[in-house]
Design a protein around this ligand. Sequence first.
Ligand SMILES: [Zn+2]
Length: 241
Amino acid sequence: MNLKDEIKKLIKLQEIDKQVYKLNLQKSNNIPAKIDELKESIDQKQKEFAAFKDKVNRLELEKKNKEGELTQKEENLKKAKSQLYQLKSNKEYQVKLNEISSIEADISCAEEEVIKFLDNIEQEKAEVKKEKEKVESETNKMKQEIADLEKETKEIDQKINELENKRKSFTSDVDKKILNQYQDLLKKRNGLAIVPVVNNNCGACHISLTRQKVNEIKMYDKLILCESCVRILYIPEDLEL
Ligand SMILES: [Zn+2]
């Protein structure tokens, strides 16, 4: 096994893995949270609208009660009027007349109240219609955003899939032990396992490497790691890249 050749393969592999890491990050960091947020907003909007709509239902119920009271009063009036002719004394007659006019005043009040309810309900219904259109338009917009994000996820998955397939053709060729070490580092070091030495500095954490460290790398008889960020180091000039 020629270590330089294996390192060259790792460099190519790292190029792919960098992209896979970035895509996975993009997918897991932003999209699910955004989708959850949008779904929650839609729920909230629906709840607010339901409460708004409920106001009309409450008014309808109150109106119905008022109408029931009105019917009762009208029956009372009918009864009182029918009783008029059975009364014997003038005094009794006068009392009944007073009762009748009191019921009539009551009825007129109740009728006004029913009309007020009708007006109010009509107004609220118009508001509900307006609100419904607004909620629907906002909800549709958010649903579209969710669909776009889901499409984006799918596209990312597809790209990852393609890269994983490409990756397979590279990994089959790498020495097993070296590949295992590389993949282990890849997981632990945020998707970056192998980095070039640039001006005697680590290409990832930029720590200055000792002369001895550089000489160790140049021997290419085993993989040398950065002491600071623990990543495989190589010197591009040595590899005829
Ligand atoms: Zn480093």
